[in-house]
Ligand binder design. Sequence first.
Ligand code: CUA
Length: 330
Amino acid sequence: MSRGPAVAAVAAAVVLAALVLGGCDSPDILRSEGSAGNEIVTLATWIFGILAIVLVTVWGILFFVIVTGKGRREQDASQTKGNLRIEIIWTAIPAVIVTVLFILTVVITNRIDMPAKGAQFTAIGRQWWWDFDYKDLGFKSPNEIYAPVGRPTYIDVESADVIHSFWVPQMGGKTDMIPGHVNHVRFVPLKTGEYLGECSEFCGVQHGKMRFLFVVVESEEYTAWVERQQQPAARATGAEAIAGEKVIASVGCGSCHAIRGTALKGTFGPDLTHFGSRRGIAAYTLRNTPENLLRWIQDTQGVKPDCNMPNVPLPLVQQQQLVAYLLELK
Ligand code: CUA
């Protein structure tokens, strides 16, 4: 092997290893835990299976011809031009394959469909975060949703600005979120766990940092979560948090953010009423830890350039008080 191809082979191996090893954090669509996702995996298995048979057959014939035809002169090859029977056969075989793929797709796609019913909540795509509005229950839970295992989840999806796409890879397919139009997502989560959701339609520079968490829990835990979310924000208790509660009321956070039970009533940014209970910051760009939250407040535009939130230019002490207060909002 000369040097060029050897370097290319090593580079390819490194990239492949990085993809395989680095993929641990990203959701695997083949490890579905939702009713719609399972159907998609079934369809994909059928299609790849049929295509694999086609591939192996064609390669087999090709290999056979290469081996048996070796050394024969070109004029000895039998000609098939004008052979009607062969023409019909090799037109019919692809037609049958395509028809089978078509029928499989229609039948399995129909199985994904669930009866229409009122949505439990509305998912609104925004640049670049998720507004999950449980209108009937009276609360919002941006960037993190809970659903009970084994029971149908009904979601209305829409957009406040550009086209986004709602996707929890391990639950089911993608659904476009279109301004001025309501689409519907329906599936049954089949196993408890935390599933990463993402936007799958390019929607601006921070499209890649538009993620959310879909948490599937037992029925009782779901009810408890709803009850907690319905509560207004708790009053601060720690000394630092009490100071932070005063800071947040005085620095203009309320023009974008709401904290139910306080004077903050903004609707442009995520509702922060139970911010401390959420696992992520900035549409799951960072994990919700005191260090990350401080970093987010200090360097918002560095963490997520061009997002609508400005850096919060306060003295460090006040930034730390804000962090203490926000994390108390369980
Ligand atoms: Cu929203 Cu991509």
